[in-house]
Design a protein around this ligand. Sequence first.
Ligand code: HMG
Ligand code: MG
Length: 302
Amino acid sequence: MADNVRIYEVGPRDGLQNEKAPISTDDKLEFIGLLADAGLREIEATSFVSPTAIPQLADADELMRRLERRAGVRHPVLVPNERGLERAEAAGVEAVAVFTAASEQFTRANINMTITESIAAFRPVIERAHERGWWSRGYVSTAFGCPYQGEVGEAAVVGVARQLFELGVDEVSIGDTIGVAGPADVRRVVTALLHAGIDAERLAMHFHDTRGTALANVTAALDLGIRCFDSSTGGTGGCPYAPGAAGNLATEDLVYLLDREGMTHGVDLDGVLAAARHISEVLGRALSTKVGQAGGWRPAGA
Ligand code: HMG
Ligand code: MG
């Protein structure tokens, strides 16, 4: 099985979307630049959503216009509807992500649509992506539990993932939005997706570390052949429409684990830590991630 892993950075988007104090576009651009310096090649930059829904990302148009594009670095943006598509296209994006969920109540709270309506709203977005040659991803949130409905069955996750693939997305990311899953849940959901005929190479896992299970969940998914993980440098993150959600799996913790597992990923831990220090200074909070606090490990004598 391949030992190369893709690390899909969500810090500038998921990491910042729930921060109340305004962060300047300059500070966001510097953060994204430091992430690219660290070797990250997929950096979710922002969202073209309603500025009322997510005020922190209301500068998406300016940010994407000013963002320095580097060869080999992809900057996906979240797009929920045709209005978001118009804005994203005008800002010159090259990769888009649509987002729905495995539970109706979260979908309603988050994007004011039913799951079926969300798939219909995404159709023109993915059609445009195909016309323009943009890369595309779909998210299935609340795949392991919903803040409003409780437990979520794997059949619902498989059903929504299938609908996203039928739209033509390149990849589907399976989200533990409120961080309730343990490794047995990951095995149950990922096995169901694989048994449904979905290729492991077209799946990503998106863990929030609310209860400290994210790294254990990564190892469970690695064992099943998953090779793409979403993470946020500095461990920030959360969704205002997912009460109880806390930070994403931290990129620095993920990089350290993958290094010890002997997996290749092209990301430099010291570079990630530099980006993590930048964002923690911007937010005015000390870094709370494990590897952010301890640093990497250079064994004595090495
Ligand atoms: P709505 O209120 O139903 O939308 O919101 P609407 O179509 O009725 O429009 C209402 C107003 O918003 C109108 O303005 C529209 O023009 C405007 P008005 O005429 O009243 O002046 N509007 C927009 N403006 C800018 N850009 C747009 C846009 N769309 C409408 N794209 C909507 C529906 C989807 C827009 C809203 O609910 C929304 O933006 N939701 C986004 C919520 C969000 O971003 N959540 C966080 C991301 S998901 C997540 O974090 C989970 C994930 O990380 C995975 C995981 O952890 O599981 C991905
Ligand atoms: Mg998330």
